[in-house]
Design a protein around this ligand. Structure first.
Ligand code: NCD
Ligand code: ZN
Length: 350
């Protein structure tokens, strides 16, 4: 592909890691994911987590109802694993396509994770069942312990939890979500199997931990896993720049109301749905890797999940696009990633 690409047509992407929340927030944020993505894996960490087939069906219906515009968007639902998840519920949900995967949140690792798993050995029967039926396990990979430095939690998780887990369940399909470190990239690359993949967010590709403190503390750049040193960002950028099938798009768009971001205990999460796809394009362009944009955005994910690749296409053109400044939610607002900034790429229909 030439250096001066002005137009790119790719298969319509999917987003394999999305938080849509519920009710008023859901109603306001859904259109941004629906505009750029055909399908999205919906994370189950609501205030009342999605822990059963019935809850998932009801939540999916609320999502579909909130799609005001005519996008043909398909939410892919996940089950939140707790110590009381039953293998039967998972097996039923997976066989009826109510769930495409289950999410493992270590207890206390992030937003709404207080009913997450304390010890992975507590859910051995669930993992045995998932391995048997081929149901993917989506992992928030951080070792949670006040004695472990926040910057080391991902690397420690690989050593203490992920590697032993993979030895015990070698055929369990795993997505290590929103990886942020060189160690994760290396682990995925050194374990070149069909059972292990990773998602990467736009913000971890674009920013490092200095950005969080640029000119003052920047609460809108606080997310989990936390932004890391620049060498890690460089490793992530390199990982996506050669078409490696183990890495795919997962934006981790995570809306929080402004009043909850700017608070004595500010919430972790970056709402990037309005800019995520255009941000990835920017990174692939900077890496001179636009020819691999389609595999990252639209092919590697469905191949891992054993789903068909989308038929629709979208065209991305080199035309400045201003990212929306804020979104109103009742009397509150949500401020997106790159609020008010201009990106060089747009969707052709804009
Ligand atoms: C996410 C959220 O707010 O739900 N927050 C975040 O910082 N990424 C949860 C998560 O994926 O960790
Ligand atoms: Zn997330």
């Amino acid at each position: 592909m030439s250096k001066f690409v002005k137009k790119i047509k790719i298969i319509k992407p999917d987003d394999w890691h999305v938080h849509l929340r519920d009710n008023e927030i859901l109603n306001q944020v859904i259109k941004y994911t629906g505009k750029f993505y055909k399908r999205a894996v919906i994370m189950p960490n609501l205030n009342s987590p999605i822990t059963s087939c019935l809850k998932s069906i009801a939540y999916r219906n609320r999502i579909l109802k909130s799609m005001h515009l005519n996008y043909k968007f398909k939410p892919l639902m996940t089950c939140y694993l707790t110590n009381s998840t039953s293998p039967k519920e998972l097996e039923f949900g997976f066989s009826k396509k109510i769930f495409v995967a289950a999410k493992f949140y270590p207890n206390g690792c992030t937003t709404n994770s207080k009913t997450g798993i304390k010890k992975i050995s507590d859910i051995t029967p669930v993992l045995e069942c998932m391995e048997k039926i081929g149901m993917p396990l989506l992992i928030h990979g951080e070792e949670i312990n006040q004695n472990i430095d926040i910057y080391d939690r991902e690397a420690k998780f690989i050593e203490k939890t992920l590697d032993p887990l993979r030895k015990k369940f070698p055929k369990l399909k795993i997505v290590l979500e929103h990886i942020t470190t060189k160690e994760s990239v290396e682990y995925i690359k050194n374990n070149d199997v069909n059972y292990l993949s990773a998602t990467i967010t736009p913000h971890h590709l674009m920013l490092n931990r200095n950005d969080m403190f640029y000119g003052g503390i920047q609460p809108y750049l606080y997310c989990l896993p936390i932004l890391k040193k620049n060498k890690h960002r460089m490793a992530l950028r390199k990982a996506i720049s050669n078409g490696d099938k183990h890495f795919f798009l997962g934006s981790d768009t995570a809306p929080h109301l402004h009043k909850n971001k700017i608070n004595m205990l500010g919430c972790a999460g970056i709402f990037n749905a309005p800019s995520s796809l255009l941000s990835y394009v920017k990174v692939f362009e900077e890496m001179r890797a636009l020819k691999y944009l389609q595999s990252f955005c639209s092919e590697n994910g469905p191949k891992f999940y054993n789903m068909p690749i989308n038929k629709e296409t979208i065209t991305i053109i080199k035309k400045p696009c201003k990212i929306i400044k804020k979104i109103n939610v009742g009397r509150n607002v949500i401020i997106p990633f790159l609020s008010g900034e201009i990106l060089n790429w747009s969707i052709e229909s804009d």
